[in-house]
Design a protein around this ligand. Structure first.
Ligand code: TEU
Length: 548
């Protein structure tokens, strides 16, 4: 039953452990809590759950500051609980991917403690130490605007250490073969638990080299290829997913080559802001723009796409022109904080917002790649943009109308991992309420996930952008099994109207001339493609079709 290509047709779901479900009433989500919700995720149509870091951590960066790579933070449960989670997920035909943060550790990690106190000892070279802070000029601190330099001074050792993110996250030194060995052992440790894959965090920054910007270096690719080769040898079938928040022509390198494969999947960051941008602009141009700049990928690879994640949305992967437009939509305090375009927090159940959300999901599930939902996407949970840093998108999952919306039985709301969203209108935005309403976003999400499952061409098929007579309309085809239109081959024509007003369009699919079509959403027959290869359609505002 082990289909080596399972990830192509899979739907992923990012479940932030500490905010998902609290089983022991301490206010913090945990592994047993997630286990109790596996049936729900299976019902929804999730194939693979990605769990962000659950390792012991001072929690100064949401757990991406790890102080012990081979243990579970006691707040989340035990190793026994984790094994049970993997077992229970597998029993339901679901898979588990966990996060590997290999660029840096917490400064509380014993490796760093040893490194700073004993420069001549076995860990002395585990981090990047220098006598001054002049090395690697021209590099940037990634997204942390409170850090002025990639170098921080350590009083104890009397030297500077290198960090890409927060200064409490010293970068590991991959020039040291002992670090490479230690990291392989960490990956082995977790692979032995039976997990199905690893999201490799912040990989563009693993290696450094003088005279470069220290991003996407050849040495970094070798490190990842080394991890992948070890997995292929010792744990075949385990997937690797690249988190490289870079432009597609750089990211595509993280698939590696057939001879030296690196990642099975790579998240495609620049697609996501453009889905929101296109909706706001009422034009498909921004999506076309990024897809035209997305190179072909090796046959062993697959993109990963998403609408939200635990980092919220940064405006890193947008052009100056797009940025100017986006800024114009937002009050200054909202900039960089709210997801661009869809402000679900304001009116989650209003028709306009619902139609945008549906269209965004229809795009997510039909563009190339495997989609990854973020917990709460399926109920339109939105965010509390007034919280600090990225806590805005990390609030507790809203299950039902019991206290703490069913997330936790803790009595003191101050003990909650993060405050619940308090916005008026959110009280009924729960799994339980939406479960009881057949017309809810939850049921829509479940239906569209099933449609995707029923059409594996959306996961496996080739992709081509098509001409449309109207710039508001995005048209693309997904096809497999020979040339598009071949007998026996499957083709879907995906059409989306990014404008809020109805449109009549003519689209061009010459290889399907004369063919009958059918909309897989409603099953309704559609006009046949004309003898000249053109298909005339009308779409409602924010309307979409997947035509078979
Ligand atoms: O993010 C790494 C990364 O590349 C950032 O650009 C990310 O997109 C940024 O956080 C956006 O807000 C990873 C984790 O996803 C993030 O949560 C961590 O804070 C970061 O590593 C450092 O560990």
């Amino acid at each position: 039953d082990a289909d080596p290509d399972w990830f192509r047709t899979a739907v992923f779901y990012e479940a932030l452990l500490r905010s998902f479900a609290d089983s022991d009433g301490d206010g913090v989500g945990d592994i047993p809590g997630l286990i109790t919700r596996l049936d729900y995720l299976a019902w929804l149509g999730v194939d693979c759950i990605w769990i962000p870091p659950f390792y012991p951590s001072p929690m100064r960066d949401g757990g991406y500051d790890i102080s012990d790579y081979t243990a579970i933070d006691p707040r989340y449960g035990t190793m026994e609980d984790f094994r049970e989670l993997v077992h229970q997920a597998h029993q339901r035909g679901m898979r588990i991917v966990i996060d590997m943060v290999l660029n840096h550790t917490s400064d509380a990690h014993p490796w760093f403690q040893a490194s700073r106190s004993d420069p001549e000892g076995p860990y002395g070279d585990f981090y990047v130490w220098r006598d001054d802070d002049s090395g690697y000029p021209g590099t940037r601190v990634i997204f942390v605007d409170t850090e002025e330099s990639n170098w921080a001074y350590d009083v104890e050792r009397g030297q500077f250490y290198w960090h890409r993110f927060f200064s409490h996250q010293p970068d590991l030194n991959y020039d040291n073969p002992a670090v490479v060995e230690a990291v392989h052992d960490v990956v082995r440790f977790w692979a032995r638990t039976g997990v199905d894959g690893f999201r490799l965090d912040a990989i563009p920054y693993l290696a450094e080299a003088e005279g470069t910007n220290c991003e996407n270096l050849p040495a970094t690719h070798s490190i990842i290829a080394g991890i992948r080769a070890m997995l292929d040898r010792e744990f075949p079938g385990t997937i690797t997913i690249a988190e490289a928040n870079q432009w597609p022509h750089e990211v595509v390198e993280y698939f590696g080559t057939a001879e030296a494969p690196e990642c099975t999947m790579c998240f495609h960051f620049p697609v996501m802001p453009r889905i929101y941008y296109a909706l706001r602009a009422g034009s498909a141009e921004a999506i076309r723009w990024v897809l035209e700049r997305t190179p072909d990928i090796p046959a062993h690879g697959q993109w990963g796409t998403f609408l939200r994640n635990h980092d919220e949305l940064t405006l890193e992967m947008v052009t100056e022109e797009e940025r100017a437009h986006m800024y114009a939509w937002y009050a200054p305090e909202e900039r960089m904080r709210a997801n661009i375009g869809i402000r679900r927090r304001l009116a989650p159940l209003l028709d306009a917002s619902r139609a945008e959300t549906e269209l965004a999901l229809a795009l997510l599930l039909s563009l190339p790649g495997s989609p990854c939902l973020y917990y709460g996407d399926e109920i339109g949970m939105g965010e509390n943009i007034w919280l600090e840093d990225r806590d805005a998108v990390r609030t507790p999952m809203q299950w039902d109308d019991s206290p703490n919306m069913g997330f936790s039985t803790v009595v003191d709301p101050g003990a909650l991992t993060l405050p619940l969203i308090q916005t008026p209108g959110y009280a009924h935005l729960t799994v339980a309420t939406e479960m009881g309403r057949p017309d809810s976003l939850l049921h829509f999400t479940r239906r569209i996930l099933r449609l995707r499952r029923a059409h594996p061409v959306l996961g496996r098929g080739g992709f081509a952008l098509r001409e449309a007579s109207d710039p508001a309309i995005l048209v693309h085809t997904r096809s497999e099994g020979g040339a598009p239109g071949d007998e026996g081959g499957a083709t879907l024509i995906c059409v989306a109207n990014l404008a809020a007003t109805p449109r009549a369009v003519s689209i061009s699919v010459p290889e399907l001339a004369g063919r009958a079509t059918r909309d897989v959403f409603g099953g309704r027959p559609f006009p046949s493609v004309g003898a000249d290869g053109s298909l005339r359609l009308t779409l409602g505002g924010l309307g979409y079709y997947w035509l078979e």
